[in-house]
Write a protein that binds this ligand. Structure first.
Ligand SMILES: [Zn+2]
Length: 452
């Protein structure tokens, strides 16, 4: 049946301007399309025109409002299992230690894959994400499972099978050689995945070609994917210029010897695309893009997924978002779970604002050398011991003998704000709580030994 909602609407048709429309009636047809937005005073006429009755109208209360659903332009579905852990490991080491082994497990253990993906989708929807561009894993079956679960959940999504190249580069840099496929396998399974998703005939679910990033994809594979992009008119996603260690790694690749930039390497393979019929090519991060690369990407109509929280950990650079938008580059926001620990796009919005406020400071410190950043360990110390000492309190701040029992009982497993998976160590569980938890995980509070 058609849907009618009456109340306050909030959206941002123009960047920098919020349009708040009080007391509107929104009519939505059976295909899910908004057919009318009229002042509430015209309810009777609107209902008559759209075959609705007053009792069909969802009436919002005084403090309620409608917002457009959030679009997460960059998230690694399989990494949700360790979101909020290992936040102090550099990118290339983090990939080798956490990402590749976990992603391999998705193929070996289908029940693990199902559990992680189900919880992920549930959590994203609860946080207001209605559309997402997903990185899945290397193996076909778990990617198909993710597509199936997204179909069931009704989310709008683009899903890509991530692919890596085998051989010298990864072996030389300590990557596990179990987690690769040959160029021929990679292209064939990419095509199989496109066909699998398209066979569902769901306009809201699309495949996306997903070369993980240049260090793991040979030029031959990139060209094969570029051909698939044209043949199937399919979206493309990857990472570009995301951190100093990634840029250094790419600089050592054989093909970089010919002097091409990362954007030019993607362009040469036909992967810097823009399409009318589906999403364009979306590249995560781009924090170290040169002016020429920005111009090339803007000319091709490709986009950057800005992932401010992840940038804070891996990039040590702040993306000048407003400047890129002025230069004609499309920019969206992404959580980059688990490079960013927060699954919520509210978190991404907050981080984007805070990061942009820090941009002038970051530029200054960059010129002076190491920015001397804090880890979650430092933050926990600041919130407890540092605070107590600042207040002149010597007997508060730790749980050592002689200290006052001012304490929290934390339930990491209650499932309120985040999910736990079996592979988390006790210390990682603490980190997860500090990154992703909230008041619902704090079940008891004591001051001086008394519950309060
Ligand atoms: Zn990423």
């Amino acid at each position: 049946p058609p849907l009618f909602v009456r109340g306050t609407l909030v959206h941002t048709p123009v960047r920098g301007e919020v349009e708040l429309l009080p007391d509107q009636l929104v009519a939505v047809d059976e295909a899910g399309t908004i057919t009318a937005v009229v002042p509430g005073s015209q309810e009777a006429a609107c209902l008559a025109a759209h075959a609705g009755r007053p009792e069909d109208v969802l009436r919002l209360e005084a403090n309620q409002f409608l917002l457009p659903g959030f679009c997460d332009t960059h998230i690694h579905a399989s990494q949700y299992s360790y979101a909020g852990t290992a936040t102090d490991t550099p990118l290339m080491a983090w990939l080798t230690k956490y990402t590749f082994p976990t992603e391999a497990r998705f193929a070996a253990d289908p029940s693990f894959a199902r559990r992680v993906y189900s919880r992920l989708i549930c959590r994203m929807v609860a946080c207001g994400t209605t559309t997402a561009l997903f990185f899945a894993t290397l193996h076909l079956e778990p990617c198909q499972l993710l597509a199936d679960l997204l179909e069931e959940a009704g989310m709008r999504a683009f899903v890509g099978k991530a692919r890596l190249r085998g051989g010298v580069s990864m072996d030389r840099h300590g990557g596990p050689d179990l987690y690769v496929e040959s160029t021929e396998q990679a292209a064939a399974s990419a095509e199989a995945f496109i066909r699998y998703v398209r066979a569902k005939q769901l306009p809201r679910l699309e495949p996306a070609l997903t070369p993980r990033f240049l260090p793991t994809c040979t030029p031959v594979l990139l060209r094969a994917l570029g051909e698939l992009a044209v043949r199937y008119d399919v979206a493309v996603q990857s990472h570009i210029r995301e951190s100093y260690d990634e840029v250094e790694f790419v600089g050592q690749l054989e093909e970089a010897g010919q002097g091409a930039s990362e954007a030019e390497m993607f362009d040469a393979a036909g992967l810097l695309t823009s399409k009318a019929s589906c999403c364009s090519a979306v590249f995560a991060h781009g924090v170290l893009l040169s002016d020429a690369e920005v111009a090339l990407m803007a000319a091709r109509g490709s986009a950057v997924a800005h992932c401010p929280l992840s940038n804070a950990f891996f990039a040590d650079v702040v993306l000048p978002v407003a400047q890129l938008l002025r230069r004609g580059l499309k920019v969206g926001l992404g959580t980059d779970v688990a490079g960013g620990y927060d699954i919520s796009m509210l978190g991404a919005q907050r981080a984007a604002v805070v990061a942009s406020r820090a941009l002038p400071l970051a530029l200054r410190l960059q010129q002076e050398g190491d920015p001397d950043s804090l880890s979650w360990r430092d933050a926990l110390w600041l919130a407890t011991v540092g605070g107590a000492r600042a207040l002149g309190l010597d007997r508060v701040g730790t749980l050592a003998p002689g200290q006052q029992f001012d304490a929290l009982l934390v339930d990491g497993g209650c499932g309120a704000a985040y999910d736990l998976f079996p592979q988390s160590s006790p210390l990682e569980q603490v980190e997860k709580f500090l990154c992703c938890g909230d008041d619902r995980h704090i079940v008891q509070v004591w001051v001086q030994g008394r519950p309060i």
